[in-house]
Ligand binder design. Sequence first.
Ligand code: ZN
Length: 217
Amino acid sequence: MIGGLIRLLYPPKCPFCEKLLQKGESLICRECRNSLPYAGAEGKRSGRFFTLCVSPLLYRDKAREAMLRYKFGSRSGSAAAFGSLVAERVDRELAGKYDLITWVPVSFLRLRRRGYSQSCLLAKETARILGAETDGLLRKRGIRPPQSRLNGAAARTANVSGAFAAIHPERFRGKRILLIDDVVTTGATLSECARVLLTEGAADVVCATLCCRPHRP
Ligand SMILES: [Zn+2]
């Protein structure tokens, strides 16, 4: 009954076009499902410390707009639809390659300002669909400028160097980890997180993000 009341007060909308979902549509409207900027072969990249990163969408058009609303417009409800897209791609390409799902953390300050961690919600929704276990394995140290403000792989790598620390390494020692974030560009952030996880005893790290951005060095 509570679920019904919530749907009445807040009818579910498609996070990509913000139209109300019609009967028979679930999480994403039919039109967007057919016209999203799917990444295809481009949604696959490797990094220095992770073997593979998969992303269902390219960071442009409706995907970019929905992501900006999610990050800066308090649309935490979009996580369910985003998680379903990530879970689909993970299931297709990374099944059997991880034991535990974690996420790229945000700083305490940003978490307090935004009220939620976009990558944590995305990881939890993805894991719920895949029936996988999640655990917060990393924390962010101090405050640094957001990666999106920096140009070039070298600047991005330097900015995230030493930015993350492991929490309770005994919980993931010997395990293969699937690391989740919202967007990948150069892979510097994912790589730094993967480096910390591997240094602290993880057996392997693979990654998934909702979107990938073209990377021009
Ligand atoms: Zn739509």
